[in-house]
Ligand binder design. Structure first.
Ligand SMILES: Nc1ncnc2c1ncn2[C@@H]1O[C@H](COP(=O)(O)OP(=O)(O)OP(=O)(O)O)[C@@H](O)[C@H]1O
Ligand SMILES: [Mg+2]
Length: 434
């Protein structure tokens, strides 16, 4: 007879019936043992997965911090270059695309930090069509020559509740797959529409309830998906692509996001003719401001106020210096928080605002601002950090920082932050991260 548990000894003869077969109680014992062994294996697997995730989280937050600083330099110099780029020209359009990509990168870092620590970025009403339009610019820029990109954007300002980067990731992953499916060229069509479902609908990811949805559809005229693969394409690490081309994570990320916002995803495909992926995102009214309009609005400028800036990353300190000069302020930069404190102590009324990075060796930004405030309680302060979570907001409140800026800090963030703190009485006002 076949052994149930290969690594274990055979049950002794007393458990065997007269004909040598196992009696019912022995079989039950072995089944119990096997089940508990499977349970142990399952828990062990969960534990190892949790440990792996924890290690990944720590690694991700380290990378995110450094990446944020790199992004800060890219975005910062791009913003400075934009100030001199002629209206309506190619250069301005290209620089704007760098800014859009950089801002998405910044939002992505937020998500990575949110994954590795509690409290991800704040969700808000996302202007889907706006995000899709921005992503389309990036897609068109990197699309191979034989592929035409068409779009039909008909959702107006319809919004979904989440983060813009989620919508961006969904579209980028679906469009990348579509492009990869059309090796010999073809048509990539992207649509955004509002659909009002009167009854619930069964889709590939499950059932979506009745109500209004913003539907993002990505269609290609590529190879299509074989029937046998259709129920596996959303599995993590399922890929039919060569190593180095696909990791098999794109669609599982898409599905994760869609589930997170309470939506659904549907797929229609014909082998050799193409596929259509339709993502249903629950609508939450309309989005208000147009991000592009905000980006184009004139920057508030200073009137020669002296700003003390501290960042231990020299490139970022120099960038802040240049940005402040462009904004008509007089910067004084330090890459050491203790040196900055000494300068402030020596001449506290020389500075109109103190701007400090949070994460610095020795004296952190919040410690520095606390010291600065104890020397001169009315000095306006700005704290800059790569991760604005509940912890930092609490700490900032305690020390009385007037305003928080998320890193990488754009020139616009800096300009509006300074205008805000200079326009209001500095002492005893609650900080905010807006
Ligand atoms: N538009 C499409 N046309 C044909 N096949 C597709 C399409 N989209 C997805 N697939 C199939 O689904 C599989 C899984 O897609 P997924 O995006 O999850 O991973 P990937 O594209 O292989 O790798 P990654 O996205 O991580 O680079 C793909 O390998 C491919 O076989
Ligand atoms: Mg993919």
């Amino acid at each position: 007879m076949t052994r149930l548990l290969d690594s274990r000894p055979e049950p002794d003869d007393a458990t065997r019936a007269g004909d040598g077969s196992l009696d019912a109680e022995a079989i039950e014992n072995i089944t119990d043992r096997k089940e508990s062994e499977q349970e142990v294996q399952r828990l062990d697997g969960h534990m190892r997965k949790a440990q792996r995730l924890e290690a990944m989280g720590a690694l991700a937050s380290g990378i995110a911090h450094d990446f944020n600083n790199i992004l800060g330099v890219i975005l910062g110099y791009c913003e400075i270059a934009l100030l001199d780029a002629p209206e309506g020209g190619h250069l301005r359009r290209d620089l704007n695309n760098i800014m859009i990509a950089g801002e998405r990168g910044r939002a992505l870092v937020d998500r990575i930090l949110g994954f590795s620590r509690a409290g991800a970025g704040e969700p808000s009403a996302v202007h889907v069509e706006q995000v899709v339009r921005e992503a389309l610019n990036l897609i068109a820029a990197r699309c191979p020559a034989g592929i035409t990109v068409e779009s039909q954007l008909r959702a107006g300002r319809a919004a979904v509740w989440g983060e813009p980067t989620q919508v961006h990731q969904v579209l980028m992953n679906l469009a990348t797959n579509a492009i990869q499916a059309m090796e010999t060229g073809g048509r990539l069509r992207v649509g955004v529409d509002v659909e009002d479902l009167q009854t619930s609908r069964a889709v590939v990811s499950g059932t979506i309830g009745e109500g209004e949805y913003v539907v993002v559809a990505v269609a290609d005229s590529g190879c299509g998906i074989a029937k046998g693969y259709l129920d596996r394409i959303f599995d993590p690490f399922f890929s039919t692509k060569d190593v180095g081309v696909g990791t098999g994570l794109g669609l599982s990320v898409v599905l994760g996001i869609v589930n997170e916002v309470g939506g659904g995803i549907d797929v229609r495909t014909t082998l050799g003719q193409g596929s259509v992926f339709s993502v249903y995102l629950p609508r939450v009214g309309d989005a208000d401001d147009d991000a592009a309009e905000i980006r184009e609005a004139p920057l508030p400028r200073g009137k020669g106020e002296c700003i003390l800036v501290v960042d231990d990353e020299e490139a970022l300190a120099r960038l802040a210096e240049q940005s402040l000069r462009k904004l008509c302020y007089v910067p004084e930069t330090f890459i050491s928080s203790t040196a900055a404190l000494a300068a402030f102590r020596a001449n506290p009324y020389r500075y109109d605002v103190v701007v400090s990075d949070e994460r610095m060796p020795g004296l952190s930004g919040s410690m520095l601002l606390h010291e600065v405030r104890s020397i001169r309680p009315d000095v306006p302060t700005l704290l800059v950090s790569g991760f604005i979570g509940a912890d930092l907001v609490g700490r900032a409140k305690e020390i009385g920082a007037d305003h928080l800026i998320r890193k990488p800090m754009s020139m616009r963030d800096l300009a509006t932050g300074l205008a805000k703190v200079l326009a209001r009485p500095a002492a005893n006002t609650a900080p905010d991260g807006s």
